[in-house]
Design a protein around this ligand. Structure first.
Ligand code: ZN
Length: 166
């Protein structure tokens, strides 16, 4: 099994950036969620090439439901014809004042089983109120959970991956 390194980057194409951030901006007080597809590079980086908005949740909580999975299936098939793999999910933490771009315990509980299935599975968290925050990639960060290579075990420790918008 290939194991990505914590130094691997997430490359996000500009169309995907706009899909995610525009959806978040349209819902500045509610969490939004969606999925993204792309390719794993030979060096272990991933490139996100297509993103799909899914749903608007409540103020502090959003998650996938059964109808989302029905909606995702044809997209997975369509992306597969273009050699694009489902590589992760994005959602917003739409809060003003301060830094809100992190993985909550709920987020970790969604990320964990998915990353066991696919070690490249990635979470992107965005905040439309932090676009100008220099410590972010235009209001976004990318995360994965740390895989302990000695114990061959996925942990619940969150690592931030460099997120490059291009
Ligand atoms: Zn969250």
């Amino acid at each position: 099994m290939n194991i990505p390194k914590s130094t691997n980057c997430v490359h996000l194409n500009i169309d995907s950036y706009h899909t995610m951030m525009n959806f978040a901006k349209e819902n500045p007080r509610k969490e939004i969620i969606g999925v993204f597809f792309g390719k794993v590079c030979e060096n272990g980086d991933i490139t996100v090439l297509e993103s799909y908005s899914f749903r608007v949740g409540r103020h502090t909580e959003v998650h996938f439901n059964d109808s989302d999975y029905e909606k995702i299936l044809p997209i997975i098939k369509d992306c597969a014809t273009r050699d694009l793999e489902w590589l992760g999910w994005f959602h917003s933490h739409p809060f003003k004042r301060g830094d809100h771009i992190y993985m909550s315990n709920t987020d970790i509980s969604y990320q964990y089983p998915a990353q066991i299935q696919n070690p490249y599975w990635t979470a992107i968290v965005c905040n439309p109120h932090q676009i100008k925050d220099q410590s972010t990639s235009r209001g976004m960060r990318a995360f994965r959970l740390y895989f302990n290579p000695d114990e061959l075990k996925l942990t619940t420790k969150v690592i931030e991956l460099p997120l490059i918008i291009e």
